[in-house]
Design a protein around this ligand. Sequence first.
Ligand SMILES: NC(=O)c1ccc[n+]([C@@H]2O[C@H](COP(=O)([O-])OP(=O)(O)OC[C@H]3O[C@@H](n4cnc5c(N)ncnc54)[C@H](OP(=O)(O)O)[C@@H]3O)[C@@H](O)[C@H]2O)c1
Length: 245
Amino acid sequence: MSGIQGKVIAITGASSGIGEATAAHLAERGARLVLGARREDRLNTVVDGITARGGAAEGVIVDVTRREDLQRLTDTALDRYGRLDVLVSNAGTMAVSPFDELRQDDWDAMVSTHITGLLNGIGAALPVFRRQRSGQFVNVGSTAAYVVKSPQAVYAATKTAVKVLTEGLRQEAGPDLRVTLVSPGFTHTEGVGKGAGPEVAAALIQQRDEIAMPPSAVASAIGYAIEQPEGVDVGEIAVRPTAQA
Ligand SMILES: NC(=O)c1ccc[n+]([C@@H]2O[C@H](COP(=O)([O-])OP(=O)(O)OC[C@H]3O[C@@H](n4cnc5c(N)ncnc54)[C@H](OP(=O)(O)O)[C@@H]3O)[C@@H](O)[C@H]2O)c1
């Protein structure tokens, strides 16, 4: 199956930002969506918006750090549509801080959301893709994995792990599966600065408002990787604002 039309696509972190924009982009092109996130009200708003425009979407309350939640997300795709073509692992948290602030809960959240969360998605979707003899993982990394900037070391380390896990998975995927890393730069979302200390948050939000690209830019990159013909695996896309160093 080529293109986006008719594909069954699950997206984590679909209640706002890049995930929400990706859901809208793919729905407009005829994908059938299963959308996961924790905030029920925000998720419902995204699902309702898509269905009001004639698209197909279902919401599932998912915390990616819980293995059984990812299982529920992929099971919903199978129950509702009989298959799963793509899992977009996008859920993330950017609660960055200097080490001296010792915000260890935030460090743990970044590790569990980006690393355990990604692994939980692989654990849930890989057996489905193997059975179908087709499927695509799209993992959302970050340009922070390429250029480490203070005070983003923990965030950058977890996104480096996303990059490494994606490459390892690609090597083991074999001829039937596709594995894609999409690494956004500064993107205008509510997640920038969220959970960070007031000083760091203010600096990030100011920079976001000066240079960030819209989340639709990342959604287009994800759509591009998905719409390629079956035998074409877009391994990696970095997409950043021109103004980003
Ligand atoms: N914005 C940027 O500049 C930028 C740059 C590079 C990479 N990224 C990456 O892009 C991804 C999306 O971020 P964004 O910028 O769009 O920020 P965002 O608007 O805050 O979106 C983050 C999404 O992840 C979800 N999420 C967080 N923790 C979760 C968990 N444990 N389980 C399930 N869902 C969870 C949030 O939903 P709930 O709170 O409802 O669960 C939300 O839908 C992240 O992986 C981020 O690291 C962003």
